[in-house]
Write a protein that binds this ligand. Structure first.
Ligand SMILES: Cc1ncc(COP(=O)(O)O)c(C=O)c1O
Length: 392
């Protein structure tokens, strides 16, 4: 098909040309003496993105899922209770992993389209007088439904109750895109991945750990090997990894981090908010459709899940967009399969790129008999973006 491919799934996101060029390099000896000059500054700079001074950031040659595992296995013990809310494919899968790894998850089911409910965390944690719950899990951005949860509010619940459980956050589709403050919010473990806000291909799992989490690692007897965070920290201190790292991805990581630091993390948050808001205007005011996220407080600045009208099917919309318009939209997952399609608005992105996604999705809907006014999505987004020019 001629023209650009428009990649608008909520990760992998677009990889900037400078990052692509950095990755496109000859293979090199991963133990050569210059490797620490690459790895050690990356480690330090990641703290500026996660916003922690006292915590540590490590990365594994894995996707984000690997760091879910690393966080749990390195800090907890077999059979430990963990508390988490399930309101979409990813928040559900993390709790499922807890079960499969031999922990004891207490799952709070929330309606899909809503997020983590601090009152329910409070209910369980206040009843846990013996502090048997060792970790509290929160998915900050549920990518399946386009829902953001309030991590700060869950921290407050823990603080108000003086509960010592570790606070673990899934920031796979929020970190480096919208507000996340590891230290200020008292987050003990935060998990992310390279293929979203970090604007890289998949292949690096990123994990931030607090000093409290590091202390807990000393008490953990859970058997770990590949995902042993203590081993990883020790090797990274010397500038290497315990095993063969994807050095070309790390070369790209260096450039991606430089781009992030140059734009400034708070500017990135603002840009994502503005782009997300314009996209939401297209969906609601332009097309007259609903977001899967039920209320404004849940709106995600990295992904919008769009509910197709009753009787319509989102699957052929996604297929038409892909085959006819060279546009990749995100599918509805699990409970919302066929009911929603998703536009990812994260990473290396601007208004004109998003017009491609909005107009392509609009044409694909019209082709499949969904009644939306041609041009209405772009018109609503254009109105918002021109009336709200941001800091440019
Ligand atoms: C919120 C969230 N958590 C976890 C994951 C799993 O990450 P990965 O696919 O990098 O293993 C994803 C993937 O999209 C996600 O969106």
């Amino acid at each position: 098909m001629s023209g650009y491919h428009f990649l608008f799934v909520p990760g992998p996101s677009n990889v900037p040309a400078a990052v692509q060029q950095a990755i496109h390099c000859p293979m090199e000896d991963h133990r050569n003496p210059t490797i620490p000059d690459l790895i050690m500054p990356i480690n330090e700079d990641l703290k500026k993105i996660l916003l922690t001074k006292t915590g540590r950031v490590v990365f594994f040659p894995s996707s984000g899922t690997g760091c879910w595992e690393a966080a749990l296995q390195s800090t907890l013990n077999m059979g430990d209770k963990v508390l988490g809310a399930s309101f979409g494919q990813f928040s559900m899968l993390w709790l499922d992993m807890c079960k499969r790894l031999g922990f004891e998850p207490i799952t709070m089911e929330e309606e899909w389209g809503t997020g983590a409910n601090p009152e329910n965390y409070h209910k369980h944690l206040s009843a846990d007088k013996n502090h048997e719950i060792k970790a509290v899990l929160v998915c900050q951005n549920e990518t399946a439904t386009g829902v953001r949860s309030d991590v700060k509010a869950i921290r407050k619940v823990l603080d108000d109750l003086n509960h010592p459980a570790l606070l673990m956050v899934d920031g796979v589709s929020s970190v480096a895109s919208y507000e996340f403050k590891m230290e200020e919010w008292g987050v003990d473990c935060v998990v992310s991945g390279s293929q979203k806000g970090f604007m890289l291909p998949a292949g690096l799992g990123i994990l931030g750990v607090s000093q409290k989490a590091i202390e807990k690692m000393k008490e953990s007897t859970y058997p770990t090997c590949y995902f042993d965070v203590v081993d990883m920290m020790a090797k990274l201190d010397g500038g290497y990894l315990p095993y063969t790292p994807p050095v070309n991805l790390l070369r790209g990581f260096r450039v991606a981090i430089d781009l992030i630091l140059k734009e400034g993390i708070e500017n990135i948050w603002k840009r994502h908010h503005r782009l997300a808001e314009g996209t939401r205007q297209a969906i609601t005011n332009g097309w007259g459709l609903n977001l899967c996220a039920k209320e404004e407080k849940w709106y995600s600045d990295t992904v919008s899940a769009i509910v197709v009208p009753d009787g319509a099917d989102a699957v052929p919309v996604i297929s038409t967009a892909f085959h006819k318009y060279n546009l990749a939209l995100g599918a509805g997952l699990a409970k919302v399969a066929g009911k929603v399609f998703r536009i990812g608005h994260l990473g290396d992105l601007n208004e004109c790129m998003l017009f491609g996604a909005i107009s392509g999705a609009e044409m694909a809907m019209i082709d499949n008999g969904i009644k939306v006014e041609p041009g209405s999505g772009a018109a609503a987004a254009s109105k918002y973006w021109t009336e709200n020019p941001g800091d440019k």
